[in-house]
Design a protein around this ligand. Structure first.
Ligand code: GZL
Length: 308
């Protein structure tokens, strides 16, 4: 009779267990911390070894982390590039070392796409279009200029570049939409509040709409609007992106109007891709994460169901 595998002695082949280096942008927003948790737990739940680095939104820390993963001869590198440029050299070093790189969340602006196996992330341009299309519906029939202030994400990052591009693509169909101020709040609540204070100081009651590239900056801006003496969600419409819990709470309180979902919980999908590649499968170069858009009137009912 064959030896029933008791799990003692030889056990499964050690080839299943991968050592995965994960270079994460930072911990700048609710979205980011949910994304980190999703990827970390997916890697460890699948029985792989995780080497993790939080770059605190600094490019040089990400480059250092990737070089360290190469020196440790990891089996795969997961990487969300804080900005789109400046990583070509280190990605070439990973390729020369025979280590596959998986772009998770953000992309790099590099011609040579042999430097990564696949890019799994949201379509940020579509997120920008969704935000502007919501505004167009909301402002249907409103005469005169619609004055918009824009809180951009991290300068040079794919989400900031693409969310602006998508919003402006739809704006082109609405000549009365005017972006009267636009500045980076680096995706954080603190900076979002600070920049919104400056916008209010120079434009005040002239502002009709805030378009914020993420919910965290919008939540900071909401505080600034209230401290200035205006009603967020009414005097100034507030548009965010990510659909984090904080946005649902602000919408339920009537202080925010809409948030475009950017789903961070793709850790399990990412691990499946890493394992498929290790098993010799060929992957699509670009894999999108599915997502929606949520408005103020849905917030109360959906808040208890939100996972991040
Ligand atoms: C988007 C992600 C962005 C989030 C921000 O996928 O890169 O970075 O929208 C986060 O909250 O800082």
């Amino acid at each position: 009779e064959g030896n029933a595998s008791t799990g003692e002695g030889g056990g499964g082949s050690s080839g299943d267990k991968l050592v995965i280096g994960f270079s994460q942008v930072g911990a700048e927003s609710e979205w980011r911390t949910a994304n980190t948790e999703s990827i970390k737990s997916a890697i460890t739940d699948a029985g792989h070894e995780l080497k993790f680095s939080d770059a605190q939104q600094k490019q040089e820390n990400q480059i250092k982390a990737i070089r360290s993963f190469i020196a440790q001869k990891v089996d795969a590198i997961v990487f969300s590039p804080v900005v789109e440029t400046g990583f070509e050299t280190v990605l070439k070093e990973a390729k020369d070392a025979g280590i596959p790189v998986f772009l998770a969340d953000r992309a790099v602006d590099i011609e040579d796409d042999s430097l990564w196996v696949t890019f799994l992330g949201s379509d940020f341009v579509e997120e920008g279009r969704k935000a502007a299309n919501w505004l167009a519906e909301e402002m249907e029939g409103v005469e005169g200029d619609i004055n918009i202030v824009e809180l951009q994400g991290t300068v040079g990052s794919a989400p900031a570049i693409d969310r602006k591009e998508g919003f402006e693509e739809v704006m082109a169909e609405h000549p009365n939409f005017k972006i009267i101020k636009s500045q980076s709040g680096d995706f954080t609540r603190a900076k979002g509040k600070e920049v919104m204070e400056a916008f209010l100081k120079s434009e005040g009651e002239n502002i009709d709409v805030l378009y914020s590239h993420n919910d965290d900056m919008a939540i900071g801006a909401i505080q600034a609007i209230e401290e200035y003496g205006l009603k967020p969600g009414e005097d100034i419409k507030v548009i965010g992106v990510d659909a984090v819990k904080g946005a649902f709470e602000a919408m339920a309180a009537g202080k925010m109007n809409v948030t475009v979902e950017c789903n961070p919980l793709f850790g399990p999908q990412l691990v499946d891709l890493i394992e498929a590649h290790a098993a010799g499968e060929t992957l699509e170069k670009r894999i999108s994460v599915k997502e929606s858009i949520y408005t103020m009137d849905q917030a109360e009912e959906l808040l208890p169901t939100r996972k991040y």
